[in-house]
Design a protein around this ligand. Sequence first.
Ligand SMILES: [Zn+2]
Length: 102
Amino acid sequence: MQPYQAPGLRCPHCEAVHEVHTVLDATREAPQPGSLSICWKCRDIAVFAINAFGLVWLRKPSDAEQRMFDGHPQVRAALRSTIDAHTPVEAVRAHRRERRRR
Ligand SMILES: [Zn+2]
């Protein structure tokens, strides 16, 4: 699976620039509107947004989305993998191992 490249994307929480994303959903090559992103720097969750012209950005989740993410086992597992890992690649590998176990 090729990494998804999006030059200039910034975390809406800490402003870190994230130009390369690993897409964990094997059925997709690129994030869809509403897909989640976990920031490697601040470990917070952002949501992909795409406008009619194909412009992609990351936004903060709404309160309702955040409550849904907080209670979602897969999101919690992805956050745990990210927090425990020393590098982004390690986090992705740990998360994939976790998904295969389920
Ligand atoms: Zn961040």
